[in-house]
Design a protein around this ligand. Structure first.
Ligand code: SF4
Length: 332
């Protein structure tokens, strides 16, 4: 195993400062991604900065009623937080559909946003992988690509973004607060994860910065939500296709709809056109199927993953149907 320097930070400013001049350094909190990848020799940090002592472990309700989540709130604490359950049940549902209890107890909100792909070639230092080593090629394109993306890929990379939590954040809408050497800035979660394009090794819009908080958009009212995840086994497995849906209903007409996909795209995938199609329509299967067709219109299967398109379609229809049922109950 390669050695690395280790440092602890007791303030956000100090954590960012410790990163300066060490481009290969990495922050560690729960360590559920970083330590795996260091052991596999996929990530080779020159310095690891422990940020667990930073005061970023609370969920606060802001004066405008939005929820602000500290980057070190664990996935377990977030999923069961009463304000999250009340305002954003989709976030709770998505988190609890992912990983295991043990991993959720360690994994943090900021770390989940920074989660790396599960592409097996990325995790194998002997394979060609543009994301791990720019310009080396992509063994997945002509290899075993059953788990890979049908949306948002490029000839350089077709790796799926693995997070369930981030699918919920994409549907809900959120603002990330980042702290860098030149101060704080905010970025829409939709702009944080990059498409691979010609630079798959650049995964996030980050510039030597630390994620300090995630502020959620206000909830729809009345609200129905559902997260449907299709995978090879019922627990502790990544999505083959998932759909997070939010609907508000006026009688049986859809007021506003939000839809995002996981397991099928290179980043958490918001479906704006499908949402626009749903607005004002009767909440029924025909509308949900039409929305699913629009959401997947640009899907391009690889040699082993054409099955993901009908699987995602089914997940979308099921999520919208279940969200409508919950919204009707909320209206009653
Ligand atoms: Fe690497 Fe992306 Fe190709 Fe996987 S799909 S081998 S992560 S370049």
């Amino acid at each position: 195993m390669r050695t690395f320097a280790f440092a602890r930070a007791d303030s956000v400013e100090r954590a960012v400062e410790r990163r300066q001049g060490e481009p290969a350094s990495a922050f560690v909190a729960g360590g559920t991604t970083l330590l795996d990848l260091v052991k596999l020799d996929v990530m080779r940090p020159s310095r690891v900065i422990d940020i667990n002592a930073l005061p970023l472990k609370s969920v606060e309700r802001l004066h405008d009623d939005r929820l602000r989540i500290g980057a070190l709130v664990t996935n377990t604490d977030l999923a069961y937080h009463p304000d999250v359950l009340a305002d954003h049940p989709l976030l709770s549902q998505a988190i609890l559909a992912g990983a295991s209890t043990q991993v959720r107890n360690m994994a943090t909100t900021g770390g989940n946003l920074m989660q790396r792909t599960r592409c097996p070639y990325f995790r194998d230092p002997t394979a060609a992988c543009n994301k791990r080593e720019p310009g080396s090629g992509c063994d997945a394109r002509d290899g075993f690509n059953r788990m890979h993306a049908v949306l948002g890929g490029s000839d350089q990379c077709v790796a799926v973004h693995p997070s369930d939590m981030c699918v919920a954040l994409a549907a809900i809408g959120a603002t990330l607060t980042l702290q860098g050497p030149n101060g704080e800035r905010e970025i829409d979660v939709a702009d944080f994860h990059r498409l691979p394009g010609a630079t798959p090794h650049l995964e996030h819009d980050l510039d030597d910065e630390l994620i300090v908080a995630v502020t959620l958009a206000p909830p729809l009212k009345p609200l129905g939500t559902a997260y449907v995840k299709r995978r090879d086994r019922a627990a502790y497995e990544f999505a083959l296709a998932s759909a997070g849906a939010m609907l508000s209903l006026d009688e049986d007409l859809i007021g506003e709809a939000r839809l995002a996909l996981g397991g099928v795209a290179t980043k958490p995938w918001r479906c704006h056109e499908a949402e626009a199609l749903l607005a004002g329509k009767r909440a029924e299967i025909a509308a949900f199927e039409a929305a699913a067709d629009v959401a997947l219109a640009d899907a391009e299967p690889l040699s082993h993953n054409a099955f993901k398109i009908p699987l995602a379609r089914q997940a979308i229809v099921r999520a919208l149907r279940d969200a409508a049922r919950v919204a009707r109950e909320d209206n009653a």
